[in-house]
Design a protein around this ligand. Structure first.
Ligand SMILES: *[C@@H]1O[C@H](CO)[C@@H](O)[C@H](O)[C@H]1NC(C)=O
Ligand SMILES: *[C@@H]1O[C@H](CO)[C@@H](O)[C@H](O)[C@H]1NC(C)=O
Length: 302
């Protein structure tokens, strides 16, 4: 009987050490930027960032090899499997409803055209990139429930100057467009079916953290909304000795809250999203809400 307790302590601390080892190379942060615009609209930009670092991942990035993931923790397995299988190095997908009004609203945090846009940089390990692209597009259609399968050779291009890699990339790679594919479907309708699978890629369930604010109703009556996934290899230090994989899931929307009888703009999170924010995501290292009122100062000086 006496030996039971110390053994448990030993076992438990081994678990704790293992957990810390595994958890240390995955981080998750959630942030919301709220920006009242001079036009009276409110721009909300959500960003959920998951990073994953390990010697194997860093090695694959520096040597332009395919990723081979082991021990998924916070990173979404469903996306990881697609990335591994289709030789993806960097991926940007956006699904947008409505047009961003630059003249009225200024610049968005991330620009996205109406409809669906997908651009991908592949590892140089693929022999038949056109086939890999087609297969990837089909896999992503299933993952995010969008009709990306309308992407084919007639609407796919490999731009020479724009859509350069946003992550770690040596010049020989970044300047060779034969490793990338770009396609846009301006008519793709964005709806609730895309939001649910996009939320499922997050480590916390839909009830905790900032994602709890994302209910379909207010989103789909907004003047503009854009849902996106950005995956890229990024540096962990200034010399980039070790690199990590970074996934940013972003959602931007523009709403027009009611103005009060006195002409003031009065709004609350509850009014904008129709749900209360109760819990933070326990897996998040950072959970923050920022309110940027610089536009207010500009308009009051006029
Ligand atoms: C770009 O990459 C392809 C495939 O590896 C290669 O055949 C081609 O020569 C490269 N182009 C340049 C300009 O380096
Ligand atoms: C978590 O966030 C804090 C700052 O709030 C930072 O100092 C720390 O390095 C972060 N931890 C990880 C594992 O990224």
């Amino acid at each position: 009987m006496m030996s039971v307790r110390p053994r448990c302590v030993a076992v438990c601390s081994v678990w704790l050490v293992l957990w810390v080892l595994v958890a240390a190379d995955n981080t998750f942060t959630e942030e919301l930027l709220l920006r009242p615009l001079a036009s009276g609209h409110i721009h909300s930009h959500f960003e959920f960032t998951t990073t994953w670092s390990s010697p194997e991942i860093s090695d694959a990035i520096h040597n332009y090899r395919d990723f081979e993931f082991a021990h998924y923790d916070l990173f979404p397995r469903a996306l990881g499997e697609v990335v591994e299988r289709y030789h993806v190095r960097e991926l940007h997908l956006s699904l947008t409803q409505g047009l961003w009004r630059h003249r009225k609203w200024g610049y968005p945090v991330v620009d996205a055209p109406p409809g669906a846009q997908l651009w991908v940089w592949f590892t140089p390990t693929t022999d038949d990139l056109d086939q890999t692209w087609r297969d990837l597009v089909n896999a992503l259609s299933g993952l995010i429930c969008a009709s990306l399968n309308f992407i084919d050779s007639t609407n796919t291009v490999s731009p020479e100057l724009s859509y350069r890699p946003q992550g770690v990339a040596d010049p020989w790679y970044a300047s060779n467009s034969s490793y990338m594919r770009y396609a846009a479907l301006p008519r793709e309708n964005v709806c609730t079916e895309n939001l649910t699978p996009w939320k499922k890629l997050l480590p916390c369930d839909a009830q905790s953290g900032l994602v709890a604010l994302l209910h379909p109703g207010p989103l789909y009556t907004a003047h503009y909304h854009s849902l996106s996934l950005h995956l890229r290899p990024s540096c962990q230090d200034t010399e980039c000795r070790s690199a990590q994989l970074e996934l940013v899931q972003a959602l931007s929307l523009v709403q027009l809250p009611d103005t009060s009888a006195e002409g003031y703009q009065d709004w609350t999170l509850h009014q904008l999203f129709l749900v209360p924010l109760i819990y933070s995501c326990p897996l998040a290292n950072i959970s923050r809400i920022y309110v940027d009122i610089t536009d207010n100062e500009v308009s009051s000086k006029k």
